[in-house]
Design a protein around this ligand. Structure first.
Ligand SMILES: Nc1ncnc2c1ncn2[C@@H]1O[C@H](COP(=O)(O)OP(=O)(O)OP(=O)(O)O)[C@@H](O)[C@H]1O
Length: 970
């Protein structure tokens, strides 16, 4: 022990007493082959080629891509003594405790590799050196304290107490994790310590495994705390004490159940051991990559207790022990991998100086006097400079600001509600009909007639008023406002996370577009242009859909009906026929007839036939009817027939009346089914409305599906469903989502035909009985009679549907809460709900094999189960801030969470928004999330902030006009 000599208490072996960052010291120790290994003729696979490098000999010439040489701070051959290991790998760090620095020596390695053998030696040598040092430094007074614990099956036991109960871990703001009620014995001398070590040895959980008769089944942490102060100053006023601890950590060995042949208790122990070592490995690996990574200290008690030693403020050495035997090759490699990571980890140890109580009191008194002086000088300054009046002035300013904020908000609300009123009542209908009283046709017609200039007329004066007030307001109060905002949203990671998604303004800007007030002008300007485009786009969609019904119809006797002229029935497998007919003006009847003039029947497998026809004059009713003229019922496997017709001019009334004169029921040649009677009016929007809502068209599809069900050949059914799915998609999107996003360009849809599991938008698709759906006119009448109470029912239905979709699409809880609080049951909610449903339908579709290229980024990015889990974790953290202990306990009870269970907050947050059918649960969830993220009280969600800002930033893919048009159809 002669090396302990220094005169200084804080300078051992040239160590610097100041805080310094250093890497963990990593050494590897090979043990000799043991008897068991020798008896199996196992060979030694590892060799230390110098004092720092260990080499894989590969005696058996196995092919391996793994590294063969590993370098560490020190490697020890199997004939090295424990004393040598101590001197060269552990001593320096262990004895840092004498200079006031915490330190830890770990032994890590697989079972039976020699951890306990090494660690007990190191502990002995350290103790001996410490007592030697104490004896040599009589000028200082030392107090040594000892504690010992083991972590057995994830519970912490006091090794100095016989049959003690498991101990709890507490978080101390200053000391980090502490073991509650752990015995700490003040040592009288080294013998005393040795006695206690014997107690620990006797107490520790030992068990026999195939690999080690005395296998340690727990992690053992022995802690020796050394306090010292200069004798001369003991009891003096300004003396200070050095205090630090050294931990001797003998980890349980990693093991493979198959190798240790463990079962029952041993197996359970082994699982706990491996799990905690895995966490230790993860902590080390993450630390080795940098301190910013999320370090899972809390995942195991071992890492929690040793947090300071793992990248913290304790000097640390890890001695990795390994068996050189070939039979343990894999485990040895794992050990070396762990050692390699550990080598990269830095710690930042510092000297812990504890002031004496007297010195502390003295210092505090000084500080108090200084503060009192400051206060006195401040109050005299206040009296002389009239700072109280300055304060008053500021208060008045704040009051004024508040008033102006209220006034501005009021103005904006007023402006929006005026515009909304105007939009709802709509020109000539205003006097006679309310919005809910209008039928879809009327709504759509109104939408088409309402012009941009009219909108601007109303909006412009309001906008300029609001703008001038806003600029005046921000000029004056910008500084004050931003400081208020900073107060409300302080910067830290968690807050950042939440403010990214939940700060009302940021949230809305990010996901719904800019401030509504700023969007009006653009909207008004784009109105006319967009509306034209939209009509075209929507027409494409709807006619496309109609055509599919037509395709399904029986051929008409007219010449024009049999455009393809031949049944696709005989299409070979995988062949399909796509027909597009673009009619830019009224086509002649002749021209459209027998357009293809060729049978697709003769197409070979995998061949397809795409036909485009441009017709420059109005088509005759005959021509437009039954374009394909063939039932796809008899399509061969995987063949399908798609026909699209794009019409950019207003068709003649005759044509419109007969567009789908045939019932899709005739798919099975069942002419008794009600026929589709889709009328096209002069107005684009009217066409849209009628087609979209026509129960006949729905029925047409249903009938088609029904008849498919009846068909013998199930394969054919699936083929037809594939065709129908395009129609369904079009219809869904035109009804429920941004139609132009979906179909204004064929390239915007990528269909996965193998996936028929389409998104079900709800009740609309429930097959209706023929008598319920036969007559479009009767539906129109019903539309007209729709009352506010109908809306209530519809509102509830839509709300539930949205909730289900939120759940299915893993929509962030903050988002759900915002919208949930937004929905009040007013007819004006229709707009918000519509937008939400559309986006969710896109998302759901994209999950189910249909990718919409222009999909809303937010929905595709934010909506994942993983993101949702993260959000729940973040929310659970906020519970500490937002709920008192009592409130939390009340919540746990209410939500059926055991108050004694672990991770109660997380448990609660994991339950939020899960019971989608229980509206009380939804309300409760919304209210909790709202509180956690600081939304307004439930029922006061900032609806006005959403207003028309439901427009996304990308106005090209989503226009106000389109949205309104879409809403009209429901
Ligand atoms: N370097 C060594 N020289 C000689 N014998 C050794 C050496 N290392 C370990 N041994 C012997 O190997 C056996 C297993 O050692 P030890 O109990 O220390 O392993 P361990 O890694 O602690 O195992 P476990 O994780 O199962 O507790 C013991 O009998 C021990 O005496």
């Amino acid at each position: 022990m002669g090396s302990i000599s220094g005169d200084s208490t804080v300078d051992l072996d040239g160590q610097d007493s100041n805080a310094h960052e250093e890497k963990i010291f990593v050494a590897v120790r090979l043990r000799p082959l043991n008897e068991r290994e020798l008896s199996k003729n196992d060979v030694s696979e590892w060799e230390c080629i110098n004092s720092t490098t260990i080499l894989f000999k590969n005696t058996l010439q196995e092919r391996t891509m793994l590294p063969t040489a590993y370098t560490f701070d020190r490697v020890f051959r199997s004939d090295a003594s424990t004393k040598q290991v101590y001197e060269e790998a552990a001593k320096k760090i262990a004895l840092s405790v004498l200079s006031g620095m915490n330190s830890t020596i770990f032994a890590y390695g697989q079972t039976s590799s020699g951890k306990t053998y090494t660690m007990s030696g190191i502990t002995e040598y350290t103790i001996a050196d410490i007592y030697d040092y104490i004896n040599m430094h009589r000028e200082r007074e030392f107090v040594l304290k000892f504690s010992a614990m083991e972590i057995y099956n994830e519970s912490v036991r006091d090794l100095l107490v016989l049959d003690g109960a498991p101990l709890r871990l507490l978080d101390d703001p200053e000391r980090g994790t502490v073991v509650d009620k752990l015995t700490e014995v003040t040592l009288t001398d080294s013998n005393h310590l040795h006695e206690l070590l014997s107690v620990c040895e006797a107490q520790r959980q030992i068990g026999e495994t195939t690999l080690n008769e005395l296998s340690s089944r727990s992690h053992q942490i022995l802690r020796l705390t050394v306090e010292s102060e200069t004798r001369e100053y003991v009891g003096a006023e300004n003396t200070s004490t050095l205090t630090a601890s050294v931990n001797f950590v003998d980890l349980a060995g990693s093991e493979r159940a198959s190798q240790t042949l463990s079962a029952g208790t041993r197996l359970k122990e082994g699982c706990h051991i491996n799990r905690s070592l895995l966490t230790l490995g993860t902590v080390i690996r993450k630390l080795s990559k940098g301190r910013n990574a999320h370090i899972p200290y809390r995942d195991s008690k071992l890492t929690r207790i040793l947090q300071n030693s793992l990248g913290g403020n304790a000097r640390t050495a890890i001695i990795c022990t390994m068996s050189p035997a070939h039979g343990h090759l894999e485990q040895s490699r794992n050990t070396l991998l762990f050692a390699s990571c550990a080598k990269q980890v830095s710690t930042n140890a510092q000297v812990n100086v504890v002031m004496s109580e007297k010195a502390l009191v003295k210092q505090l008194q000084k500080e108090l006097a200084r503060l009192e002086n400051e206060l006195r000088s401040l109050s005299s300054l206040a009296n002389s400079c009239g700072s109280s009046s300055a304060l008053k002035e500021k208060e008045l300013l704040i009051e004024k600001m508040d008033k102006e904020i209220r006034e501005l908000t009021h103005q904006r609300d007023l402006a929006q509600s005026r515009v909304e009123d105007m939009l709802r009542s709509g020109g000539e209908y205003q006097a006679s009909k309310s919005w809910v009283e209008m039928n879809n046709h009327e709504k759509a017609s109104w939408a088409s007639e309402y012009s941009a200039s009219e909108a601007s007329e109303i909006i412009d004066p309001l906008r300029s008023d609001v703008a001038s007030r806003t600029s005046h307001f921000s000029e004056r109060y910008e500084g004050a406002i931003s400081s208020r905002i900073e107060d409300q949203f302080p910067e830290n990671n968690e807050e950042q996370f939440l403010s990214d998604d939940t700060s009302p303004r940021l949230y809305i800007d990010k996901y719904f577009g800019p401030d509504p007030c700023q969007g009006w002008e653009k909207i008004a300007q784009e109105n006319n242009k967009n509306f034209e485009d939209n009509c075209k786009e929507v027409q494409c969609i709807e006619i496309d859909f109609t055509k599919q019904n037509v395709i399904s119809s029986a051929p008409s006797p007219q010449k024009g009906d049999n455009v393809s002229g031949q049944s696709p029935c005989s299409l070979d497998n995988d062949a399909y026929f796509t027909k597009r007919e673009t009619i830019s003006s009224a086509p002649s009847p002749q021209k459209g007839d027998n357009v293809s003039g060729q049978s697709p029947c003769s197409l070979d497998n995998d061949a397809y036939f795409t036909k485009r026809e441009t017709i420059s004059s109005a088509p005759s009713p005959q021509k437009r009817d039954n374009v394909s003229g063939q039932s796809p019922c008899s399509l061969d496997n995987d063949a399908y027939f798609t026909k699209r017709e794009t019409i950019s001019s207003a068709p003649s009334p005759q044509k419109r009346d007969n567009v789908s004169e045939q019932s899709p029921c005739s798919l099975d040649n069942d002419s008794s089914e009600p026929s589709v009677n889709v009328a096209r009016s002069q107005s684009c929007a009217a066409i849209l409305t009628t087609l979209m809502k026509s129960p006949s068209s729905e029925e047409a599809e249903e009938s088609e599906n029904t008849s498919q069900d009846e068909a013998d050949n199930q394969e054919k059914v699936s083929n037809v469903e594939k065709v129908a799915s395009i129609g369904n998609l079009c219809r869904e999107d035109s009804q429920n989502s941004d139609s132009s996003d979906c179909l204004n360009d064929e390239d915007q849809i990528i269909m996965t035909f193998g996936d028929s599991d389409r998104f079900d938008m709800g009740d609309e698709k429930t097959p209706k009985k023929p008598e319920e759906t036969a007559d479009v006119d009767s539906d129109k009448t019903q539309d007209t009679k729709q009352s506010a109470s109908d809306w209530q029912a519809e509102f509830e239905r839509q709300k539930r549907k949205i909730i289900e979709l939120w759940d299915a699409c893993h929509i962030p809880l903050v988002h759900r809460t915002y919208f949930f609080l937004l929905f009040k049951g007013d007819p004006s909610d229709a707009v918000y709900m519509e937008v939400e449903l559309r986006r969710l339908s896109f998302l759901k579709n994209s999950i189910h094999g249909v990718r919409v290229v222009k999909d809303d980024q937010y929905y595709t990015q934010a909506s994942s189960a993983k993101a949702l889990n993260r959000e729940r974790e973040m929310l659970s953290k906020r519970m500490l801030k937002k709920y008192s202990v009592k409130e939390r306990e009340a919540l746990y009870e209410k939500w059926g969470i055991d108050v004694k269970s672990k991770q109660r907050r997380l448990q609660l947050c994991r339950r939020l928004w899960t019971d989608t059918t229980n509206m009380e649960h939804m309300n409760e969830s919304a209210s909790i999330v709202a509180k956690l993220v600081g939304f307004k009280e439930p029922g006061q969600a900032p609806k006005e902030m959403f207003g028309l800002s439901i427009l996304p930033a990308n106005s090209r893919s989503f226009s106000w006009r389109r949205m309104v048009t879409g809403c009209l159809t429901n």
